[in-house]
Write a protein of this length. Sequence first.
Length: 123
Amino acid sequence: MRNATVTVGIVDDDDSIRQSLRQLLRAADFDALTFASAEEFLASPDRGDVDCLIVDVNLPGMSGVALVRALADAGDRTPAVLITARDDSKTLELLRHAAPVPHLRKPFGDEALFGTIGRLLPP
């Protein structure tokens, strides 16, 4: 697929999700960095190394949608995909306001994830 020069940042408060996505991405020759919150990502000295983000919508503190918006407002054009296991009205409303950021509903398949990442990254 791609090589380890592409680094994907995973922002999710669920440790098991972060670790499984990290293993999946590394098995597909991506590098992966994990962050437990939007605030942790924003404070990280490694944030500049991230080529693409996978961000949970419902994070404690700053939401995933707010993180993506804050990055865009600051001129950071790092592409992102939002992920969520929820389909309640609050989450659906957040996703409507996140357009045109793509999103995937957990659980999602490997092909859906890699296809989305592939569309976000330059050729």
